[in-house]
Design a protein around this ligand. Sequence first.
Ligand code: SF4
Ligand code: SF4
Length: 427
Amino acid sequence: MAATRPFAPSDADLSRCVHCGLCLQHCPTYTETGLETESPRGRLYLIRAIAEERIEPTPGALAHLDLCLQCRNCEAVCPSGVPYGRIMESARAGVLAGGRAPLAWRLRALFLRQVIARPGRMAALAAILRLYRASGLRAPAERLPFLGERLLLAPTVSGRPFRGRGVLAQPRGPACRQARRVGLLTGCIMPYAFGRVHEATVRVLARNGFEVVAPPGQGCCGALHAHAGDRAAAQALARRNVDALLDAGIDAVVLNSAGCGSTMKEYGELLADDGEYAAKAERLAGLVRDVSELLAALPFEPPGGRVEATVTYQDACHLAHAQRIKDAPRSILAAVPGLRLVEMEQADRCCGSAGIYSLAHREMSLALLDAKMRAIAATGAEVIAAANPGCMAQLEAGLRRHRMRGRVVHVVELLDQAYRQAERGGS
Ligand code: SF4
Ligand code: SF4
């Protein structure tokens, strides 16, 4: 059994907070509630008090930790470099491992372990969601009192699931002389809810000179497990991916899911005390790239086709705040001829998705979603571009909830659309 680090935030991390409060206005739960207990600073106080056993981890105290979206906006703006994401994950892990977690936390961890991390069960869940979508019941069900708002946030499963393994595409186009080999992390939910995004990603990468493979043996990245405090499950999933991806002879691991990319870039930290895996995890983490990050650094082949659309871009929290990538997706959108990018107000404010947060904290999630949809409506955009499946599902729910016209796409899909349009037009 591999060694693991203690499940508690470190004193060194906690003591970095100087209580300046500069993060408060950037925290969605604080700006929604106006409560210090729902702010980063308040939560840090609380975590410290629990860690020092000055207060008990009562359900009331833990509810404040649970309402945190883990969007890491506070971390991105903190002048003291407080590693808030790491602290919150460790705090939740400490509570869960200490046996004091509320029933809802334990059920969530059980669901993540027993369903999300298991491909067979995930496929069965996706089949149920696909049937629900195809039955025509969704629209009337979402209008039902009480139940409707809950059903609204279930992800849309339609289209062909992405089942690619092994070599997915050979390099082609003018850039194929670069001939680098990249591995696509296909993930747990993405293949069912957004298989089309994987397909677009593969085409775009091939077009930019990459051989694209999906190494067998890979699986869920463990992000949801880590966020929920189930560090042991996240570590087990990370080890599996380290084995599968490091053996694949790839130059980079490419992700089109910001949450997965953020967690995989932190695999070194997640497995730091594992004697067998620490160095390998660090090495794999160094290979991880968001697809927009990889393309923007090339530079990518300018698309010859046009996408005539007004587009607004929603920053995914785990891309903008955790990975600090804001320019790369915008540079891709700006390169697409015909595309008019209109920035929304507070594009980097969480949309309320936050993994499975939208299911656990419906009220807060919907309040953030409603604010987001108002900001989107003000842009007049008919296309919402995003870089994370959770955001995409949430924004699609927002369009339905607000009876708004429009579509939600991944950034890479727009680039793909422009490439394909040029191919069809022979340019
Ligand atoms: S987390 Fe950072 S920004 Fe927020 S109060 Fe502490 S030191 Fe200030
Ligand atoms: S992670 Fe997001 S929700 Fe949580 S305290 Fe920081 S800014 Fe607020």
